[in-house]
Design a protein around this ligand. Sequence first.
Ligand code: MSP
Length: 644
Amino acid sequence: MGKKSEKTFYVTTPIYYVNDIPHIGHAYTTIIADALSRHKKLRGEEVFFLTGTDEHGQKVEKAATEKGLKPIDLANQVVGRFKDLWKALNISYDFFIRTTEPFHEKAVQDIFQKLVDKGDIYKGIYKGWYCVSTEHFLPEDVPLQEGGYKICPDCETKAIIVSEECYFFKLSAYQQSLLDFYEKNPEFVRPPSRMNEVVSFVKQGLKDLSITRTTVQWGIPVPDDPKHTIYVWFDALHNYLTGVGYNWKMPIFEKFWPATVHLIGKDILRFHAIFWPAFLMAAGFPLPETVFGHGWWLRDETKMSKSKGNVLDPHVILKTFGPDPLRYFLLREIPIGLDGNFSHEGFIHRVNSDLANDLGNLVQRTLTMIVNFFGGAIEEADKEQEEDKKIRIEFETLKEKVIAFYENYALNKALEEIWSYINTLNKYLAENEPWKLAQDESKRKRLGRILYQASAALRGISYFLFPIMPESSQKIWQFLGEKKSIEKESFSDLKFENFQLGQKTKKPDPIFPRIALQDFLKEEKAQPVSEKKEEKMEHIAFDEFKKMDFRVGEIVSAEKVEGTDKLVKLEVDIGTEKRTMVAGVADVYAPEELEGKKIIVIINLKPAIIRGIESQGMLLAAEVEGKAIIPFFEKDVPTGARVR
Ligand code: MSP
């Protein structure tokens, strides 16, 4: 494959797991990608922006079972939530990849087979600790806890031990090639601190990587050996090829691959900076230019994540403010590489002070004066004086700086510079007091010059802000009398003088209303809580416990649920009647083993449909290393007896 042309920009976000609904952390990466791709389009480059969902794997399988759904049904629901959020945030992606799409699955199988044929994938036995939450095998040096288990260092949840036949990828064979590659391409991992982290990890030595599972059914089957499914990360990383057409729209793929930048959170750096280039080297693809690992949004100093139960649903903010204030806040508050703490106070403060006061007032004042003093079009202006020139010259330097900052992923710096220019303009108006000049007919041309400088500068400001606040920028642009959309003017054509004397402007509507913190917090509280707190010990009252009706049930018959390896359909006699129940125990017990056994069941749980079967109760079992172990009675007990 030849080197792609210079003028293409291919940006990706991670593909998000569908085990739960999107939150501000997911929104962050996607907003960065959107801002960069809008900027590149303004620069006249051809852009491909890919996002999507990671739908296979144990985590999604488990979440679906817990909700009584098939994984694909859960995925279908959650994909809708992601797409809705991207729409509400004005995200202009070019393609949304789902890893359950047949074209993706087929390409992953083909690449897998290619690596088997080449000898880079081989069969063996894996024994080790696995974290379901982050879907990865723990490094060996993670210490054993007193209870004989390990804790995942990334998400701090309990890992499980797995021992199974699996296929390995010969990662160890790529250690030196990776180190050579990093050395020749110091910008491959950014920011530089993350590159250091990656290099020192690889230097410690790479072990071969287990890339299939036999205990996870929800995955792409290994070609010709379907009892193995392909490890979710091997599957997911290849979305960056298939999402841009590999194996199904080759001309697009050839135009855009290799990717310009994979934007990721720092939590998934090793997958992208070590495994991914090694997979690509093995399969013979050119490598991406950059993997950019951004920081995390924290709440109360801990990472916002579902497993910690502290995620923030962006919908309330979006409902109150629309997309731009959130886009602005997330990109302004922290440099892309660092962590930031999200607080409502911080958000409201920025919206009121930067957006409503600094920018909003500037737009409002300038355009209202043009309407009031010139009937909407500045017909005349005197020659530029020194102070007016300064506004034009600063505009030119700002343009250069903004381009450089956007190109360098320093979006917060670009915003800082734009705001410093906004402040200069506010000062310029305050010092020249155009509202006073308007009282004196002889100062009309002077008045015209000042309002012209402010309008020409504002036109540029709305252009510079477009990648970050597309909706509000477009509004300002139109208030200034522009007929075409911002995107029609390329960066190289943008000039101060493009605002014309005599241009017919409009009376503006307020763009950023001020909201009091108290009012916003009230609104937030009124919203239903869409996230349940997990993994925190919550106490329940004895009365609540008493409501649960546990009984001794006798398994009358048991049969496997067709098309699954784990589920079994049971007929359980609970003393007063027979109930159908679906349980995830077929990987531990054969159906014949279960028949005649007495077990503990909860009989007043709301029925759930599992694989099309109504499950009218649930048996109790201990969860041990991902498997359900049923407690049986040592002594005979009457069927239907209460258990307390
Ligand atoms: N499915 C994998 C990625 C596969 S890419 C081939 C995954 N998914 S995820 O749903 O857990 O989302 C991960 C990404 O969401 C992070 O890498 C990061 O980009 C973003 N964020 C999730 N929580 C975040 C914060 N609290 N703060 C900032 N970004 C975070 O990992």
